[in-house]
Design a protein around this ligand. Structure first.
Ligand code: PEP
Ligand code: MG
Length: 594
């Protein structure tokens, strides 16, 4: 019997709306424990040879798949399989399998299973979501080796008519093989926004959600109809007629708007009265580097460097960092790239760097505090690498968590000392480093007039500015209701920061999540910021938002908003202006956030 209409809140990983009948995919990434088969000691070398033949076959299959994906999708999709090829060549993994065959006298299948589970467990236990997701990639590669050992050739999931896949897990290979003509979208139990399956889904423009309850993969049948809302993360089971119709309309409007927005890539983010607001992107790894170009953004407004230091054995030396920063700068040509120095602490900690045994880590040795006090060694290496990389592009460097003038002065002294050091060593480096700070503590905003003469720019980190101003742990959902960027205290701190910047002729960017919310963009423009830096996916919407607004109207509205006593009233004013200037954006976002 068909279940009644039910809405499940899952996690949105690929935007878009899909409506259709269900197709169940069970079997959990094909990678299952094989039968334990032992071999005789005299057969060990022959077995090692069988394993290597399987590796060679898996490699040629992957190269083929990579070619197919490159033609069908884009380089990001294809690069994922480059990483899979590297895994096949990983010496530690092969050595572990060979050990299992030679010492454990296991048949290749079981030796592969043991080695892969060991590796996947290491990744699976990592704190970083991105690295944790790599466990899925390892299992995906392993099932390919298993198939090659058994001479099984899989053709991918076959789907006859247009269906929505409900799966416990989809591997990147399975996803890349899906035929978008037959598959409308998918919902899976496992996965995350950074999983390669999600990345491929986005490249294929397949609406997708993850994190659905396990029982759904058992209870839903081919007769059930579902809606996947890849904007808000909803999965609606057996929608009633009204809901389905509403989603069809929404899907048409959103789809039309998004394809229009994609055409606007080369248009300037300029208001109707001629103010050019820089529109940059936030990146937190090298993974999405090609999305900067694809989005048509004016450069990188925040490059978080934590990924370089965390969840790894050992720390990156100067040469490794130099290589990465150079690549980042070269890829961006003349466009400005703002790199933020290490911001470990708060909820981002790692035992290699320091032991997190503080009672209140968000109020502890975080960001610049750690870099200047306990780990100046790391900071020096990072700054040296940045000074050297600076000759390759348009580099800006900023420090996080500033709360005093002293931190700025000490960092500048350190930079001057390192420049002397590099000069004495006869190395190439930049003699003027564009240097700025993140304004993300109330202290930095209040002291902006005294810090501005010392720096080249400010970047307002509204995520932390809210946390520290409102005294709410940004990761505590119980106080999330107080997380309101339009709160008068936040608007006032931004106003003070902009005023100090203007007086000292330096620019102000906003790189917190507030900049990516179209309902708040009128306020930020009205407050006088020069740049908005947002995740790559938000660039088209924010560009259109800026292009629809008149700066003079935003300023007038903001003057009123600054007099409001609470967050709702100022948000109401800003939303009204968005609704009037860009009703299509306001309408689409309603659908997304409701
Ligand atoms: C911020 O605090 O707004 C910010 C952009 O930095 P992060 O989210 O990395 O703390
Ligand atoms: Mg921050």
């Amino acid at each position: 019997m068909k279940t009644a209409m039910k809405t499940i809140q899952a996690i949105a990983v690929s935007p878009g709306i899909a409506i259709g009948r269900v197709m169940q995919v069970r079997g959990n990434s094909r990678f299952q424990e094989p039968e334990l088969v032992r071999i005789l000691p005299e057969d060990a070398e022959k077995e090692v040879g069988r394993f290597h033949t399987a590796i060679a076959n898996a490699k040629s299959q992957l190269a083929e798949l990579q070619k197919e994906v490159r033609q069908k999708l884009n380089t990001t999709g294809a690069d994922i399989f480059e990483a899979h090829l590297l895994l096949l060549e990983d010496k530690t993994l092969t050595a572990e399998v060979e050990k299992g065959i030679r010492s454990g006298l296991y048949a290749s299948e079981y030796a592969v299973f043991l080695a892969v589970e060991k590796f996947a467990a290491v990744f699976g236990a990592m704190k970083d979501e991105y690295l944790r997701e790599r466990a899925t990639d390892i299992r995906d590669v392993a099932s390919r080796i298993m198939d090659c050992l058994g001479n099984i050739r899989r053709e991918g999931i076959s789907i006859e008519d247009r269906r929505i896949i409900i799966a416990n897990n989809l591997t990147p290979s399975e996803t890349a093989k899906l035929n978008p003509k037959n598959v409308l979208g998918f919902a899976s139990e496992t996965g995350s926004i950074t999983s390669h399956t999600a990345i491929i889904a986005r490249s294929m423009q397949l609406p997708a959600v993850v994190g659905i309850p396990a029982e759904l993969t058992e209870t839903l049948t081919a007769d059930d109809k579902v809606i996947i809302d890849g904007y808000s993360g909803k999965l609606i089971i057996n929608p009633d007629e009204r809901t389905e119709e509403a989603y069809r309309l929404r899907s048409r409007a959103a789809g039309k708007l998004l394809s229009q927005l994609a055409q606007e890539k080369s248009l300037r983010s300029e208001t109707t009265d001629g103010f050019c607001c820089q529109l940059a992107v936030n990146l937190d790894s090298m993974e999405k580097l090609d999305e900067v170009e694809r989005s048509g953004a004016d450069g990188i407004g925040l490059f978080r460097t934590e990924f370089l230091f965390m969840n790894r054995n050992g720390l990156p030396d100067e040469e490794e960092q130099l290589g990465i920063y150079k690549k980042l700068l070269v890829a961006n040509g003349d466009a400005p790239v703002i790199v933020r120095t290490l911001d470990v602490g708060g909820d981002k900690f790692d035992s290699v760097i320091y032991r997190n045994n503080e009672q209140n880590p968000f109020l502890g040795l975080r960001g610049i505090r750690l870099c200047l006090h306990e780990r100046q060694d790391l900071f020096r290496t990072q700054l040296r690498a940045l000074l050297r990389a600076g000759v390759s592009g348009n580099l800006y460097v900023m420090i996080p968590m500033v709360s005093s003038v002293r931190e700025v002065v000490t960092t500048k002294e350190l930079i001057a000392e390192l420049q002397e050091e590099l000069k004495a060593e006869g190395r190439e480096f930049i003699s003027h480093l564009n240097f700025g700070i993140m304004v993300e503590t109330p202290a930095a905003a209040v002291m902006a007039d005294r810090i501005a003469p010392l720096v080249d720019f400010f970047s307002i980190g509204t995520n932390d500015l809210l946390q520290y101003t409102m005294a709410i742990d940004r990761s505590n959902e119980r106080v999330a209701y107080l997380y309101r960027p339009s709160h008068p205290a936040i608007l006032e701190l931004i106003r003070m920061t902009v005023e100090a910047a203007r007086k000292n002729n330096i620019f102000v960017s906003v790189c917190g999540q507030m900049a990516a919310d179209p309902f708040l963009v009128p306020l930020l423009l009205g407050l006088g910021v020069d740049e908005l830096s947002v995740p790559p996916s938000a660039v088209p919407i924010i560009r259109r938002t800026i292009r629809s607004l008149a700066l003079s109207e935003a300023e007038e509205m903001t003057r009123q908003a600054l007099l409001c006593s609470n967050a709702s009233d100022s948000l109401e004013l800003s939303s009204r202006l968005l609704q009037k200037s860009a009703p299509e954006i306001a309408g689409m976002q309603m659908a997304v956030t409701e």
